[in-house]
Design a protein around this ligand. Structure first.
Ligand SMILES: [Zn+2]
Length: 327
């Protein structure tokens, strides 16, 4: 992007909104580096990623002389963010099939739902970046309704595995296969790299700190910045490090509990992400009665919010995948 290091909202040809602009800002450095695309708030009850993206951009601006490439950040579901809900009519992190996106591009404005418009805005912005012909690398920032150790998930390619391992948090394999057409699955299908980072519970003050740390470490991992130029790198490493006596895990998804609209799904209280569970253990209730874990493993993303079709996941450690080794 030409015209200076800082690019105001709207410069990508997307709509401005007074309360929350789509483009949160951008910082450009030397030519030849990647374009790092940060998205925050794709779910409207997860504003921590947007706060973190703004903070990093502000600190990156005076360091633009040592930046290779560009960093640009977008707000996700602006309508849902204003309301403080996960989504208004549908999950914005689903439905990123190319045919659906082409339908949205061609549809008249009045025929679009709130999320249709949000998705069309984002899609247009990404296509505009593609036309700049730099290598695109996505970092999609999320939080969860229940407490959890931070983790990273991604479309499973060798290059994405290497990026994911650079963040030194738990790695979850196979999550993208169990949900329908996430934004990153679109990016991967277009040949771009990218990972999703889950920083912890929505209202955990530490979530913003972990997002900030993840963004800085990610910039180093993709070659946009040398570690020596990261402000207070030890603090970011510490924010993402497993607790005392713990180690980062590599796990794979074994089961996804899908919640139907009329299920009256109610997770039992007290679960955290990566809690050990037994086969047959009651973990939730719905209108049919107790909901049991189908097998032993670790619980991931127990749903403690009223929206979303993912009730919980069961994951299991992959013993043959040592960290740092791309398998
Ligand atoms: Zn999310």
């Amino acid at each position: 992007m030409s015209g200076g290091p800082h690019v105001a909202a709207g410069a990508l040809g997307v709509d401005d909104r007074a309360s929350a602009p789509r483009c949160l800002g951008a910082v450009s450095g030397a030519a030849g580096g990647p374009t790092v695309v940060i998205t925050g708030g794709l779910h409207g009850n997860e504003p921590a990623g947007m706060h973190a993206a703004r903070e990093v951009l502000a600190e990156l601006l005076p360091r633009r002389s040592v930046l290779r490439g560009k960093v640009v950040a977008f707000g996700g579901n602006l309508g849902a963010l204003e309301r403080g809900v996960r989504f208004v009519s549908r999950d914005l992190n689903r439905g990123w099939h190319t045919p659906d996106l082409e339908r949205l591009r061609a549809a008249p404005e009045h025929a679009l739902s709130t999320e249709d418009q949000e998705q069309r805005d984002l899609h247009r912005a990404f296509l505009a970046l593609e036309r700049e012909r730099s290598r695109l690398v996505f970092l999609d920032l999320h939080t969860t309704s229940g407490p959890t150790a931070p983790f990273v998930c991604f479309s499973d390619t060798v290059a994405n595995r290497a990026l994911a391992c650079a963040l030194s948090v738990n790695v979850v394999l196979g999550l993208e296969k169990s949900v329908d057409a996430s934004m990153l699955s679109w990016a991967s299908a277009r040949g771009h790299l990218g990972v999703s980072f889950e920083a912890g519970q929505h209202d955990d003050p530490g979530a913003v700190r972990r997002h900030v740390g993840a963004v800085w470490l990610f910039l180093v991992a993709v070659g946009a910045l040398d570690a020596v130029h990261v402000p207070d790198e030890p603090a970011h490493l510490a924010a993402l490090a497993p607790g005392a006596g713990k180690r980062a895990l590599v796990v794979e998804v074994r089961h996804r509990h899908v919640v139907g609209l009329d299920d009256e799904f109610d997770m039992l209280p007290g679960f955290k992400g990566f809690d050990a569970i037994e086969a047959g253990q009651i973990v939730a209730r719905d209108r049919r009665g107790p909901v049991r874990a189908p097998e032993a493993g670790l619980l991931l993303m127990p749903r403690y919010q009223g929206q979303g079709e993912d009730g919980f996941f069961v994951v299991r450690e992959v013993a043959c995948a040592p960290r740092g080794v791309v398998v």
